[in-house]
Structures are given as C-alpha cells and as structure tokens.
Design a protein around this ligand. Structure first.
Ligand code: SF4
Length: 181
C-alpha cells in the first residue's frame, strides 16, 4: 500500500541563515494560515528567531518520504476519502516521525524541529490564553522559524516536496523536520 524512506543531511547554521532563512517571506506566508497566532508552535513569537538559531552550529535535516503504490496514486479521491487516508496513514506517520525526532534530540542534545505545526492537542491552549499543555514535547518547525523547507529538501535531501492535487495523491509525501545541534 505504501512504504517509507528516510533521508538525512547536515547544514551549518551560517549557510542556513545566509541561503535558506527569509524571515519576512515566511512570516507573511504564516499570516495567511489559520494557525498564525493560534498555536504556540507558530508565529508570531515572543523571542527572536535568529537568536534562537544562532545558539546552534548545525541543523541535521531529516526527511521521511511516504511513497504510495501506483494503485493508490492512479485514482481520484473524494474529500472524505482523502481525509481517511490522512487519518489512517499521514497523521500516524507524522506523529511517529515527530516522536523519533524527540528521541534523536535527546541523543544529540539538540532541539528538534517538527515537520509542521504542533498537533499534540485538539485545541491549542494559546487560543484560550492558557499555558502550553505539553511544553516538554511542543516544538517549532523549520518553516515557522523562517526556513525554506522546499529549498532545503531539494538541495540537501535531493527530494522535492509534492502536494495532493485535485483529489489525487502525489507519488509521495515528504515530512521534513530536523535537529538543531
Ligand atoms: S502542546 Fe498543545 S498547547 Fe502546546 S503548542 Fe502544542 S497544541 Fe498548543
């Protein structure tokens, strides 16, 4: 039905900052997302993103590719069938990928960056102005810190990010997270 493949690469922080961080561009994209200001893992932040990144010397970029059978990619799905695929495959794989990132973070004594916004609670406590429910597990993502995930995946992992389109699954999905070390 599907199988997974992992990719890893290292980039030094100066190269990341010079070539793959664009604070204004990504903050503007985030403003168009409903999660902007609604999740603690998403901007705007009460800290300086560059200061956070400069505390580290490298980013280990980690990608998980979920490749589908031709049988699955050849079909056009209804919205509810697409949500079932997300519920049964994409979300569990994303959650397990994020858990692996936390284990790797511990091993490397770094800071994990998830492959998207934090999804640990059904409704983020930021919406009700209460403290984060799981501060020990909540992490930011590369894009939320201004990172160009599309460029990093292409240039460092050698894999392009693909999206579902018009009810069709792409050949694969790619989660991209990492560990600041
Ligand atoms: S752990 Fe819960 S409260 Fe904290 S950022 Fe994630 S969703 Fe929000």
């Amino acid at each position: 039905m599907y199988y997974t493949q992992k990719f890893e690469a290292l980039i030094d922080i100066e190269t990341l900052l010079n070539d793959y961080i664009d604070l204004a561009q990504y903050e503007n994209s985030c403003k168009n997302c409903p999660n902007y200001g609604a999740l603690y893992s998403c901007p705007p932040y009460d800290f300086d993103k560059l200061e956070l990144l400069r505390k580290f010397t490298k980013l280990k970029i980690i990608g998980l590719q979920i490749l589908f059978d031709k049988k699955l990619t050849g079909k056009v799905y209804s919205k509810s069938e697409i949500s079932t695929i997300f519920c049964n495959i994409i979300t569990p794989e994303r959650n397990s990928f994020d858990s692996d990132l936390l284990l790797e973070e511990k091993k490397l004594n770094g800071l994990a960056l998830y492959s998207g916004s934090c999804n640990l609670c059904q409704i983020c406590k930021r919406k009700t102005i209460k403290p984060c429910e799981h501060p020990d597990k909540m992490r930011y993502s590369i894009e939320s810190l201004g990172g160009d995930v599309v460029g990093l995946s292409r240039d460092y992992l050698g894999v392009n990010i693909l999206w579902a389109d018009k009810g069709k699954l792409p050949e694969y999905f790619l989660f991209v997270g990492g560990i600041l070390i």
